[in-house]
Design a protein around this ligand. Structure first.
Ligand SMILES: [Zn+2]
Ligand SMILES: [Zn+2]
Length: 266
């Protein structure tokens, strides 16, 4: 793959900068992202403690914002107190979304009915505090769409991160006014069907993300992922859309700015 030589204004809409994989060189990783041309990074909370840590990281940089929420894996640990803490955290100026919330019926680390309960409750929280949501959906496409419809999520708004649904799910989410975020898997050689789907999605409703330290794109597959690598996602998207990468960067950045209500310095 051709190397990124030029700086592009890209937003990594989904990173986990708090995870231990970054403990040794977090600052270096963040500075490298900035040097590569990242305009902004959303670091996404996985649970109450992780959200607090995310805010500590974000407070040091004007180009990092935070989503606060409890990942479906950890919903079995939520108690009422967690909700009052989450709600308090949403008043922090760095918080731009509730996330990541949703359903993971692949790993089932929390019982499904508990995941559903707290997906709905966190959607309610998002509505209450007027923030968009960042949704995790793994092997739960039908259930996620059903809940979003039942909860009238079109009045909340948000992003389906690491979008992995089919065309009918994409249509359903777009109908609800949601954005779809594309991860590094789009760069894989064996991602033909996924690339064919993404090619047909409207660019004005797409975001790009790393989900780092996971889902590392080519040419770094197998290594730790980091926000700087989001450029490779933008580059693949540009190739699929037969557009210039700077245009893809600009449009997806505009989308992120709109959905998360972040002010970028240009
Ligand atoms: Zn996720
Ligand atoms: Zn994530």
């Amino acid at each position: 793959m051709e190397e990124i030589k030029q700086k592009h204004m890209v937003v990594d809409s989904h990173a986990h900068l708090t995870l231990p994989q970054f403990d040794k060189d977090r600052r270096t990783v963040i500075e490298r992202a900035r040097k590569t041309g990242l305009e902004h990074i959303i670091t996404v909370g996985l649970g109450v403690e992780d959200c607090r840590k995310a805010l500590m990281v974000a407070e040091e940089y004007d180009f990092i914002s935070v989503a606060v929420g409890v990942h479906p894996h950890d919903t079995k640990t939520i108690d009422e107190k967690a909700y009052s803490v989450l709600k308090d955290l949403t008043s922090h100026e760095k918080v731009v979304a509730i996330g990541e919330i949703g359903l993971d019926f692949y790993r089932n680390l929390s019982p499904r009915e508990i995941q559903v309960e707290h997906f709905r409750k966190q959607l309610h929280l998002a509505r209450e505090v007027s923030l968009p949501v960042i949704i995790h959906d793994r092997d739960a496409h039908h259930e996620v769409v059903t809940i979003l419809r039942e909860e009238q999520a079109e009045t909340i708004g948000g992003v389906i991160h690491c979008f992995s649904g089919d065309w009918s799910m994409a249509e359903a989410c777009l109908d609800l006014g949601f954005y779809l975020s594309i991860p590094g898997t789009i760069t894989f050689r064996d991602s033909g069907p996924y690339q064919d789907l993404v090619k047909k999605l409207p660019l004005n409703r797409l975001l790009v993300e790393t989900d780092c330290p996971f889902l590392t794109p080519r040419p770094f597959r197998g290594k730790r992922n980091e926000p700087a690598h989001v450029c490779y996602v933008a580059q693949t998207l540009a190739r699929l859309k037969q557009m210039d990468v700077s245009e893809v960067a600009e449009i997806t950045t505009h989308n992120a700015q709109k959905i998360f209500n972040i002010v970028l310095p240009y």
